[in-house]
Design a protein around this ligand. Structure first.
Ligand SMILES: Nc1c(NC[C@H](O)[C@H](O)[C@H](O)CO)[nH]c(=O)[nH]c1=O
Ligand SMILES: CC(=O)[C@@H](O)COP(=O)(O)O
Length: 154
């Protein structure tokens, strides 16, 4: 008999850390709204959510790591938006934030969710922050809950 293990989308009692970048705050505030909505609608209490603002996406991994190492949270959600400009800066920021967030999850064992938009245009970012392509923040909240519950069972 195969035993399947799945994380349920039930979040009562979970404590969640959120790291959100101020750079492109216009978009990121919508991602944060989506994440908070997703957490609360699945049962996370407001007092069990802590949000840390950082300057830009590049700074997300360090603060996510500190949160994950604190043993206060069952998951850490990382939110930001990197929009391609006219130089190679975009590639450096994207590489570091994606590698850094993945590293935090692997190094700490705390699910660390990549809710960072990496887009070619501001329009693509707006589409993914609560308009026609959903809200990456909400999706990240659901992923955090599923992963926190999955890891408890393994
Ligand atoms: N261009 C974007 C940045 N750049 C700023 C960096 O993230 C960082 O704060 C700075 O280099 C200081 O270390 N950040 C974003 O979040 N999004 C961008 O599009
Ligand atoms: C994604 C970015 O880093 C961006 O804001 C930087 O733009 P640029 O490459 O035009 O300096």
């Amino acid at each position: 008999m195969v035993k399947f293990i799945e994380g349920q989308l039930v979040a009562e009692g979970l404590k969640i850390g959120v790291v959100v970048a101020r750079f492109n705050e216009f978009i990121n505030s919508k991602l944060l709204d989506g994440a908070l909505d997703g957490l609360k609608r699945h049962g996370v209490k407001e007092e069990d959510i802590e949000v840390a603002w950082v300057p830009g996406a590049f700074e997300i991994p360090l603060v996510a790591q500190k949160m994950a190492n604190s043993n206060k949270y069952q998951a850490v959600i990382c939110l930001g938006t990197v929009i391609r400009g006219s130089t190679s800066h975009y590639d450096y920021v994207c590489a570091e934030v994606s590698k850094g967030v993945a590293h935090v999850g692997m190094a700490t064992g705390v699910p660390t969710i990549f809710g960072v938009l990496t887009t070619e245009s501001i329009e693509q970012a707006i589409e993914r922050a609560g308009t026609k392509a959903g809200n990456k923040g909400f999706e990240s909240a659901v992923t955090a809950i599923e992963m926190a519950n999955l890891l408890r069972q393994i």
